[in-house]
Design a protein around this ligand. Structure first.
Ligand SMILES: *Cc1c(COP(=O)(O)O)cnc(C)c1O
Length: 436
């Protein structure tokens, strides 16, 4: 492709001695090549921004909802307003948006423990679930898991192409199967993330044949990436984290559960206690950042996606396998890049960390993490601890040595992060396309 456009960002980084000419040139090429693919993402952002704005206006959000409450939070109308707005954004009957959820894992666990009873079976329709959920379910040993409460587990593998095997799924249901779970995002695996349409088809097929079976979606990293959420296409219950997509980089903590009112209330009874359910819960720090974060979420998801598209093309030009590719449809914000070696994974993460606004001087190393079986290296100097949606890269130290790169408060920041990671690999002679 012949064009004279020069992206000043890379020239500037090069002049400052932070990038080699070879990396700056490929970054420039990647930026030029991905430009035509960003428009669709911007259109989607506009669509969600409009919807979210309307839901705020319909809920008559007022300055007084942005303040704080304490104690039980009785009569805290902001809590209900936030739930109502979120339900509308997700096209769900109800939502439970709470800072008392410490993470996505906690929200998902509350949903599962809330709905399941001893003797029930959970069936995963998307193979082995995300690392931290294996302990929640009891696939990996953990005190207090679903398994300890007499709830059994089985899984149906995805097809060789990484799609849901609907015939096998229907065939595997037993009378005790109470809940079928889907994981929308790829997690730490190289399978494609699932489209909401595909999840919707599976939910529909289940509803026709097994109307009593509850469909649950781990919605982490997928929110606002497509036009609709699984709740709009038949999923009964979904859950996710607020320091990912829907917190817009501003929510300081928290998670959500959304779906059928009766099921959401069961999750609430598990989060708080039977009887008080969703009717309590204060916000001592105030709810402004939750509302503001949700309002900003379409923009932040756009920045993350646009940045991921650039990173996909850059690392492909550098000779690495990437998924998804820059021109493929995206259904979550994760960019997987197969680096191929443990030292390469570490170099990538250390390079990314160097580009971060907080703790940019820290060198991350692989470590044991609660909830994860393999050592994990995590890079991301974020304003909110562990907020992967600000920009982060993480990787379990295991075959095939892939890094999972996601988030980005601004597209420019993602570009700086990606090229700095590339530079670090280059300095250690780990870039296949630039080996001398
Ligand atoms: C992030 C994530 C979770 C929950 O993780 P937390 O770190 O507890 O928020 C669950 N499933 C998937 C697929 C995820 O990406």
């Amino acid at each position: 492709m012949i064009t004279r456009t020069k992206h000043q960002l890379f020239t500037m980084l090069q002049q400052k001695g932070r990038l080699s000419a070879a990396i700056a040139d490929l970054a420039n090429q990647a930026a030029i090549e991905v430009a035509p693919y960003l428009d669709n993402l911007a259109q989607q952002r506009d669509y969600h921004q409009m919807r979210i704005l309307e839901s705020f206006q319909e809920a008559r959000l007022s300055e007084y909802h942005l303040g704080l409450s304490t104690g039980y939070g009785y009569g805290d109308t902001a809590r209900q307003t936030l739930d109502q707005v979120m339900a509308q954004v997700l096209k769900a009957e109800s939502a439970l948006v709470r800072e008392q959820f410490v993470s996505g894992t906690h929200a998902i666990a509350a949903a599962l423990f809330g709905v399941l009873r001893p003797g029930d079976e959970v069936l995963s329709a998307t193979g082995l679930p995300y690392d931290t959920l294996r302990e929640v379910i009891g696939i990996d040993d953990a005190s207090g898991s679903l398994q300890e409460f007499g709830i059994t587990y089985r899984q149906v593998e995805l097809t060789a192409e990484g799609t849901i095997d609907i015939p096998a799924l229907l065939h595997t249901i037993r009378p005790t199967t109470k809940l079928v779970m889907f994981q929308r995002s790829r997690g730490y695996s190289l399978r494609p993330s699932l489209s909401v349409e595909e999840i919707g088809q599976a939910c529909q097929a289940l509803a026709e044949q097994y109307p009593h079976v509850i469909t649950f979606v781990d919605n982490c990293y997928g929110e606002l990436v497509e036009a609709k959420e699984p709740t709009a296409l038949g999923a009964h219950l979904i859950a996710g984290s607020l320091i990912k997509n829907l917190g817009g980089g501003l929510a300081p903590t928290g998670g959500y559960v959304a779906g059928k009112s009766e099921l959401v209330e069961k999750a609430a009874a598990r989060l708080t206690a039977p009887g008080i359910g969703s009717h309590v819960g204060s916000s001592p720090g105030g709810r402004r950042l939750y509302f503001q974060g949700l309002f900003m979420a379409p923009q932040v998801v756009y920045e993350a996606l646009a940045g991921a598209v650039f990173a996909a093309r850059l690392f492909e030009l550098l000779g690495f396998a990437v998924t998804p590719r820059y021109d493929e449809k995206r259904t979550d914000i994760i960019q997987a890049i197969t680096i191929g070696t443990a030292e390469g994974v570490v170099a990538f993460c250390q390079g990314l960390q160097q580009a971060c606004p907080v703790d940019g001087f820290v060198l991350p190393e692989p470590n044991a993490m609660p909830g994860y079986a393999d050592p994990v290296i995590m890079a991301g100097g974020t304003f909110i601890q562990g907020a992967t949606s600000e920009l982060s890269a993480d990787a379990p130290i295991r075959e095939p040595y892939a890094v999972y790169f996601q988030g980005g408060l601004s597209q420019t920041f993602v570009r700086i992060g990606a090229v700095t990671a590339a530079q670090k690999l280059y300095e250690q002679s780990l870039v296949p396309a630039l080996r001398s």
